[in-house]
Design a protein around this ligand. Structure first.
Ligand code: COA
Length: 421
């Protein structure tokens, strides 16, 4: 970490697992918070052993979501474990959890109890649905949230053999909810500076997905009003129903766009670009394609005039780039200020020089794995360059954290024999 550490001194009990919660606390750890991951003795976060690529080493699923943290093993269902957690709560600023509904209460740590122990405590939770929701009892994973939050209904194809609600590969339900929660935690920390009191912060995965689908709600309201959506590929040749349709690869905003094939698409699954027809860039597009006559043809001069044959326009562009690689195509269009990008594979992103130089892709040394590549901080500061350090081994910091809480060597040894830690 270079520069200052804005969250230095903030102590976080990280009672999270899988992805949504860990993504949130990892972000806060990058920015300087002391994040203590509390895990069940013996097993720890389930992602340590899920989807392993190296036998007996923490899986990438775990290492890529838990960097910069410390690990404390603690059975919080034993009296000794509960006592340790109480001490930690008294000394910490934030507790983050994403257990199934009611698990924390069943453990004996209700919001009321936590406030008694530490009135300044901020309790931050991720659940599938918000408190009081008719589905509040449900356990939820990523794709369930994408369906409940509107993403699946508006993603994918509306006709053809692949028609149907579709899940995005992006973690809209998990990491996205964690990012929302991080904003809530930082807000509550600032609020506490004013009031001296902590508070409960909660983000449901359904709400976090819906927040990202805001523009689709916009389209529903427009559809209700006018009965059609001009920028969707269904317009004007097909009928609209009463719900926002799936738009395939349409831009969905004011600028029509589509995925276009480039040289080699027959064998390379990612030989494509995304091309956007930005209204005021129409003339440069005509110049780039060598179609100056389109600049004055009334069938092409306005977005409305272009829409009925927008797919023919995309076909013309595709024909223009069929002998060019995706990188060559983008290099041509960027000179004309046209918003476009190659479709980049994970392999290309992993080896991208710019991403490595900026710290968006980083290599992290690890005691057992040797080293692993991971995604670094997407947030860049002028006075902070987060340094990503290894995820902790299970219980790596148990004795250290217990000693900080005032336990003697003998007491710590006893807890180990009792399997409380
Ligand atoms: N010591 C003792 N017990 C512990 C413990 C510890 N350190 N850590 C967890 N536990 C216990 C919990 O108290 C709970 O016990 P209980 O059910 O007997 O009360 C138990 O472990 C299981 O917790 P739960 O969170 O329900 O795990 P699960 O594997 O059944 O469900 C999810 C996993 C993700 C579906 C569920 O946690 C969930 O819906 N979370 C909220 C939404 C979410 O974040 N989902 C996305 C994850 S990426």
């Amino acid at each position: 970490m270079s520069g200052n550490k804005p969250l230095k001194g903030i102590k976080i009990i990280d009672f999270t697992h899988v992805q949504a919660g860990p993504a949130c606390t990892q972000l806060l750890a990058w920015f300087g918070a002391d994040v203590i991951k509390v895990e069940r003795p013996g097993a720890g976060d389930v992602t340590r052993s899920q989807l392993r690529d190296i036998p007996d080493a923490d899986a990438l699923y775990f290492t890529m979501l838990n960097s910069n943290k410390r690990s404390l093993t603690l059975d919080t269902k034993t009296p000794e474990g509960k006592e340790v957690l109480e001490k930690l709560i008294k000394k910490s600023d934030v507790m983050v959890e994403n257990f199934g509904p009611g698990a924390l209460d069943r453990m004996g740590f209700t919001w009321q109890r936590i406030q008694e122990l530490n009135p300044g405590m901020i309790l931050a939770s991720v659940k599938g649905f918000s408190d009081g929701h008719h589905y509040e009892d449900l356990k939820v994973y990523e794709n369930v949230a994408q369906c409940a939050g509107g993403a699946a209904s508006t993603t994918g194809w509306w006709k053809g053999e692949n028609a149907g609600p579709t899940i995005s590969a992006a973690a809209l339900g998990d990491s996205n909810t964690g990012m929302h929660l991080a904003i809530g935690i930082l807000t509550a920390i600032i609020g506490r500076q004013q009031t001296g009191k902590g508070q409960k912060v909660a983000v449901s995965m359904q709400d976090a997905v819906l927040n990202l689908c805001r523009v689709k709600m916009r389209d529903q309201l427009r559809l209700d009003k006018v009965g059609y959506l001009e920028e969707y590929p269904q317009y004007p040749h097909e009928k609209f129903g009463d719900v926002v349709p799936r738009g395939g690869n349409a831009g969905g905003g004011g600028q029509p766009g589509w995925i276009l094939k480039c040289k080699g698409w027959e064998t390379d699954p990612n030989a494509y670009i995304y091309f956007t027809i930005q209204g005021h860039a129409w003339e440069p597009i005509c110049d780039a394609l060598g179609k100056p006559e389109w600049k004055t043809d009334p069938n092409y001069t306005t977005a409305k005039a272009r829409q009925p044959h927008i797919m023919d326009i995309f076909a013309t562009i595709e024909n223009f780039i069929k002998d060019k690689t995706k990188f060559e195509a983008v290099d041509i269009f960027r000179k004309f200020d046209i918003p476009c990008a190659p479709v980049l594979s994970m392999k290309e992103l992993l080896h991208d020089k710019s991403l490595r130089a900026s710290g968006s892709i980083v290599e992290v040394p690890h005691k057992v794995r040797g080293s692993y590549w991971t995604v670094g901080s997407p947030i860049k500061f002028s006075d902070l360059k987060p340094e990503v350090t290894a995820s902790p081994l299970l219980g790596e910091h148990t004795d250290e954290v217990l000693a900080e809480l005032g336990y003697s060597k003998d007491q710590i040894g006893k807890m180990h024999s009792n399997k409380a830690v």
